[in-house]
Design a protein around this ligand. Structure first.
Ligand SMILES: Nc1ncnc2c1ncn2[C@@H]1O[C@H](COP(=O)(O)OP(=O)(O)OP(=O)(O)O)[C@@H](O)[C@H]1O
Length: 313
């Protein structure tokens, strides 16, 4: 169990994390989202005691990180920066970590095999590609078989096969009842991986809810339909008080439409339908809409995903 309470970090006059409080659920993958500079990495670093909070607390199973005996057995993490000496082999790096946390040596071979690095385990890690470095970081996170895992941009540098592998791994770890906390800029990937979301903007909590709820609350839903007889259908709609608008593609959209009612109405008027489908926004659209509508974070330029937010301070 990991609890963040009123966590705050100030760098000079820059408030990077602003009274952030949340508890991360167990047994599901939780996505950690926010635009560039929102404070995700700073929050994760403070959770791992790599950065000291200005105020507020992080508790891991009720304890401060520094109070954990052999911390790798409680929490494993992959942070963006590679923390491996380039001259050291993957095997020796993991062996050193294992020894410092009294983890049996055989576990090193296990995690190397799990992440697919067995063949290159004795090579110096300085020659590793970005993707191999990510795999080594994931191996280190898994070394102590911890109940809590944190990954900052884990699919960075991975090829499509590697991305699917990471997605499957995270879901499996969550299914085992672990807490899996992951940040990523890749919204489509996050949509496929996470069930729960914690969203921050400018260091503040914007949302903490299941993925489905987040998309529902921050997007418009509509029914799309196509018919070879639009005039007749639109007549039937106007009699029933339904408004349909033509999209740019020859289809009609009914905002918050009830599919069954529309289908029944079309049938009652003898109108053929060539399409009748519910439409829901993607996570990316929901995210953009939420941040754009968030007056507190509104700037004179529309915020864009993946770009630095304009700073007013
Ligand atoms: N060591 C530091 N000194 C000064 N400012 C910092 C430091 N670390 C982070 N910041 C600032 O704090 C804010 C939050 O940064 P952080 O890296 O945590 O955001 P992030 O959400 O992880 O961003 P990204 O998505 O770009 O990785 C940014 O404005 C950043 O410039």
């Amino acid at each position: 169990m990991i609890e963040v309470n009123e966590l705050t970090k100030r760098y000079g006059d820059k408030l990077a994390v602003d009274h952030l409080s949340f508890t991360i659920p167990q047994g599901v993958v939780t996505g950690f989202l926010g635009p560039n500079g929102a404070g995700k990495s700073t929050t994760m670093r403070m959770m791992l005691d790599l950065d000291r909070p200005t105020s507020g607390t992080v508790r891991i199973d009720g304890k401060k990180y520094g109070q954990l005996h052999q911390p790798l057995k409680y929490i494993g993490a992959l942070l963006e920066a590679k923390a491996v000496h380039p001259g050291r082999s993957a095997y020796n790096h993991l062996l050193w970590l294992a020894a410092s946390n009294k983890i049996p040596t055989r576990r090193v071979d296990e995690v190397l095999s799990l992440v697919g690095l067995t063949a290159v385990a004795k090579k110096r890690s300085g020659g590793f590609s970005l993707g191999m470095g990510q795999r080594l970081g994931i191996a280190a996170a898994l070394l102590g078989d911890p109940r809590i895992l944190m990954f900052d941009e884990p699919v960075n540098g991975l090829d499509p096969e590697g991305i699917v592998w990471v997605r499957t791994l995270m879901k499996t770890l969550a299914t085992e009842g672990r807490t899996v906390f992951v940040s990523s800029h890749l919204m489509s990937e996050m949509a496929l991986t996470a069930e729960h979301l914690i969203v921050i903007g400018r260091g503040r909590l914007l949302a903490n809810m299941p993925m489905n709820q987040f998309i529902d609350e921050n997007s418009r839903s509509f029914v799309r339909l196509r018919t070879p007889d639009p005039e007749k259908l639109l007549d039937a709609f106007s009699g029933a008080g339904i408004t349909a608008t033509l999209d740019g593609d020859g289809a009609y959209e009914v905002e918050d439409g009830d599919m069954a009612r529309i289908g029944d109405l079309a049938a009652a008027h003898g109108v053929a339908l060539h399409e009748l489908s519910p439409q829901r926004a993607s996570l990316e659209e929901a995210f953009m809409r939420m941040t754009a509508e968030s007056v507190e974070y509104q700037t004179d330029a529309a915020p864009q995903w993946g770009s630095e937010w304009k700073k007013e301070s």
